[in-house]
Design a protein around this ligand. Structure first.
Ligand code: WTA
Length: 633
């Protein structure tokens, strides 16, 4: 949606509150449907039940591919920049991408895939990853992408939870100086996954792999088969608007990660609408989202959002700091990127290298910037603005979550007057509210509270896979008739929203969501550990670091070695992204008489703020606090 002024934004916003169904029907009308809906919206937040565009029929890939072929078939859909700058980049036009998606969709069918099947994707950031997602969507299979930084155990948990029957992977992946042996990790995971009947393996790193007869096939061989069969066209499966499109697992404050479910119609509308609106995309622009497709940002802003709008999406395989800290700027310069969408953690990491890596890099193609994943501190915001945007690129600080499908509160570039550190205003159609501890809505400006949304939007999660009650409990039970985000937020005197961070036990480490309970469970698997408590602490680059207090009665001969063993255990159970940054051995944890760990105290100690620990009189053994304070790292 193109918006030309802040006044117009306010008008459109008001209309979206007064006539939400009319507003969303108007947005949905800009997409291609095989059949239009009978009803725009049917909802209640008590079950919860949310159905958008009921009765409508579509296939999201017709919106991302087919509908563009006549007008912009030769426009680049995906520009892919490899990890290694000496390797050639690749360009896939809309026509070429369409052919590849159809071919691979037929490969999936040849390997037994059917509409409704769950397919796990564990791949490096190569174009075939986007092709795999779209091919699943083409035949109505539900994809569940698992980020390459997760361990075999985490993959197995996710495959089992969704009973996937097919896995798509690669022999390995390149990330900076490392080769990641993806297929080996999958083999370890599959020992526990009898539901998986086929594994399709793309060649990327030429790492030796073991191909199991009858189960494992090479991507390239399978493509050759469909080509020699002449089986390269693939009619898109007709989907109901509310059919599942994908599952994406994310961490919460308790238990194992949950499978957030998004559906075909609503998610498509929301990913496309937010991409177009926030970035005010113009047809010739090159859009570079630096996220990995393993996260929601990559789903919505590398694949579905840009492609549904006929945009050129740049996909980057590597990392910002390899071969050197100028890599992002080389990519921007080489491909004349216009819109750069990245994360505060990447900005902070690159800032720490100073201005040397920027020398000789032409960033003048940039006109718009975006940030996502965690609160952006003012220092990083200004650096991004001045050094990268040269003071004339508006920054969209986009606040949203896996469960939301797309941007919720964000400046609209070129429209919303900016304030550093503020996600600013809700997009048209989004109704945020701040509530107090009792669940009362807090009105007016200059206030803060817990952030909730009181009206559905098309991209809201529909359920958590296989466990609707968990969805209700997590998001809809804290405050009646509202979706609770888990974030704290303030609304300043001018009505600008600023997200202050999670108010639950979820950490945000380098923009990755990590549940403290998950990390504790992993630490507790280590043979010498009795129990543990994990909290976050401020970390210069990662935003938050992982601080673990570990009760381990054995006298360790070599504490450092035990620490490394524990870190190894977490890596094996969850993945390297959840590794503790600090491990403090303690003889006990501060607990209330009812046995509850007082995390508030541990958080303060981890933050290095021990002057005011608050009331410790309810503790079972106030003595442990002194000991923990004394040993803080
Ligand atoms: C945090 C990522 C402040 C927030 C798209 C949220 C942010 C969680 C911002 C969701 C932002 C994301 N400012 N905080 N611009 N964007 N967050 O599901 O705590 O990986 O609840 O989705 O990241 O993380 P998720």
């Amino acid at each position: 949606m193109k918006i030309t002024s802040f006044e117009e934004y306010h008008q459109i916003y008001k209309h979206s509150l007064d006539q939400p169904e009319e507003f969303w029907a108007g947005v949905a009308d800009t997409f291609q449907w095989r059949k239009k809906w009978d009803k725009v919206l049917d909802w209640n937040f008590t079950e919860p039940k949310v159905r958008w565009f009921d009765g409508a029929k579509l296939n999201i890939t017709e919106n991302c591919l087919d509908r563009h072929l006549d007008a912009i078939g030769d426009k680049p859909a995906i520009i892919w920049e490899p990890n290694d700058p000496t390797e050639d980049h690749r360009v896939l036009t809309y026509k070429q991408l369409h052919v590849k998606v159809c071919e691979f969709a037929n490969v999936l069918k040849n390997n037994g895939a059917q509409k409704g099947d769950r397919i796990c994707i564990y791949m490096p950031m190569v174009p075939e990853l986007a092709i795999a997602l779209l091919a699943c969507a083409r035949i109505g299979a539900i994809h569940s992408v698992v980020f390459g930084g997760f361990s075999a155990q985490s993959i197995a948990d996710r495959i089992q939870d969704a009973s996937c029957n097919i896995v798509i992977t690669a022999d390995g992946g390149f990330r900076g100086a490392k080769d990641i042996p993806l297929k080996n990790v999958i083999d370890d995971a599959l020992v526990q996954c009898p539901s998986v009947k086929k594994v399709i393996v793309l060649t990327r790193t030429h790492t030796p792999v073991s191909m199991i007869k009858g189960r494992d096939v090479w991507w390239e061989d399978e493509i050759k088969k469909v080509e020699t069969q002449g089986n390269t066209a693939c009619e898109a499966e007709e989907m109901d608007a509310e059919d599942m499109l994908f599952i994406l697992y994310t961490s919460g404050s308790t238990g194992k990660p949950k499978g957030v479910v998004h559906t075909c119609g609503g998610y498509m509308v929301y990913a496309g609408y937010t991409f177009d609106t926030t970035f005010q995309y113009q047809p010739e622009e090159i859009f570079f989202c630096t996220a990995d497709i393993g996260w929601i940002t990559g789903h919505s802003y590398i694949v579905y959002g840009p492609l549904s709008q006929g945009a050129t999406s740049l996909m980057f395989e590597g990392i910002p700091t390899w071969p050197d800290a100028g890599r992002f700027w080389d990519v921007v310069d080489k491909h004349k990127v216009n819109i750069l969408y990245t994360a505060p953690t990447a900005i902070r990491s690159l800032m720490s290298f100073g201005e040397e890596p920027l020398k000789g890099k032409d960033l003048s193609s940039l006109t718009k910037l975006g940030s996502v994943g965690e609160p952006i501190n003012e220092e990083a915001w200004h650096w991004f603005d001045e050094k990268i945007g040269h003071g004339n690129c508006p920054i969209a600080d986009t606040w949203w979550q896996t469960e939301n499908g797309g941007h919720m509160i964000t400046p609209i570039v070129g429209v919303t007057p900016l304030k550093p550190g503020y996600a600013s205003f809700p997009l048209p159609g989004i109704q945020p509210v701040l509530v107090d501890e009792k669940g009362e809505e807090i009105h007016g400006n200059g206030v803060s509270g817990n952030l909730c949304i009181k009206y559905p939007w098309p991209g809201i999660l529909r359920t958590t896979y296989g466990d609707h009650e968990r969805c209700r409990q997590t998001y809809f039970a804290t405050y009646p008739n509202m979706y609770f985000t888990g974030d704290g937020c303030l609304r300043d005197e001018d009505g600008y929203y600023r997200i202050t961070g999670r108010v639950d036990d979820v950490l945000n480490v380098s923009g990755h969501r990590i549940g403290t309970a998950e990390v504790e469970n992993a630490i507790n698997m280590h043979a010498t550990v009795v129990e543990s408590a994990v909290v976050g602490y401020p970390h210069d680059i990662k935003g938050q670091g992982v601080y673990a207090f570990v009760v381990s009665p054995d006298k360790h001969e070599n504490e450092d070695l035990t620490r490394k063993d524990i870190i190894m255990t977490v890596s094996r159970i969850i993945g390297p992204i959840a590794k503790p940054d600090k491990i403090q051995f303690v003889s006990g944890l501060p607990k209330t008489r009812s046995g509850k760990i007082m995390r508030r105290i541990l958080r303060k100690i981890a933050e290095g703020d021990t002057s005011n620990l608050g009331d410790t009189s309810t503790l079972l053994d106030p003595g442990v606090v002194e000991e923990i304070k004394g040993g803080a790292l």
